[in-house]
Design a protein around this ligand. Structure first.
Ligand code: SAM
Length: 216
């Protein structure tokens, strides 16, 4: 996987000073280096721009790397709502989004994402694009909320679905994380309200389109 990703990055990723500064700011603040891969970020930008999505919900902000990629996709006309557990992370993400020119188009809800999602559902908010990239244990719950909050035809993108390739490796050490992600991928693949495909870049991104709003 590493080799394939390096090959893809070497061909399709162009040097991006702003995103490199974001990565440095994450390191300088002692935060984990777990932003999306450069190519995954570029794909997020393209998906938003191709789909014309303007109202985006991100679950898991860290330092704002993917947030900038998402916002670049909608340019001057969209809005990003981002859910982040850690107040300090959300503050850094906001500073980085502001540097990128999107300070007026992003809002952060801090605390456990499930609580923020419940509030968004209660307020009847709707979104046309979702990016799930937070604690894996809650992926199923996040997915159900995203479907609830989705405009018809909305796109949902989920990161880390390959669990470093372990989901497809019959000899992989039996780890809870792998079993968990395998079960999640099966749920997504068979979900009656979703049309989905797994894209093996970065740590694996699944792209789902919400196809049936009425089916519960
Ligand atoms: N999407 C970011 C990017 O690519 O720039 C990376 C996100 S990082 C992989 C996961 C983030 O989810 C971390 O910032 C972490 O604090 C946050 N997180 C973990 N558990 C959470 C929870 N229960 N609610 C909200 N955010 C959570």
């Amino acid at each position: 996987m590493k080799q394939i990703n390096s090959y893809i990055d070497s061909l399709f990723y162009t040097k991006d000073d702003l995103l490199e500064e974001v990565i440095s700011s994450i390191q300088e603040n002692g935060m984990p280096s777990i932003s999306v891969s450069p190519s995954s970020g570029k794909l997020l930008t393209m998906l938003i721009s191709i789909s014309g999505a303007k109202n985006v919900l991100e679950i898991g902000a860290l330092g704002g790397y993917s947030g900038i990629c998402l916002a670049r996709g909608f340019g001057s006309e969209g809005q990003l709502t981002s859910l982040e557990l850690q107040e300090e992370y959300a503050k850094l993400a906001y500073r980085n989004l502001s540097k990128a020119g999107f300070g007026d188009q992003v809002s952060y809800m801090t605390g456990a994402a499930l609580q923020s999602l419940e509030k968004l559902a209660h307020d009847n908010k709707k979104f046309d694009f979702f990016f799930i990239d937070a604690d894996k244990d809650n992926y199923e719950n996040y997915l159900q909320y995203c479907i609830k909050l989705a405009e018809p035809g909305a796109l949902i993108v989920m990161d880390n679905v390959l669990a470093r390739g372990s989901v497809a490796d019959p000899d992989a050490e039996p780890k809870r994380h792998t079993a968990f992600m395998k079960a999640f991928n099966e749920t997504v693949a068979k979900h009656p309200q979703l049309e989905s495909m797994l894209i093996p870049i970065g740590d694996g991104l699944t792209l789902s389109k919400v196809i049936d709003q009425t089916h519960e």
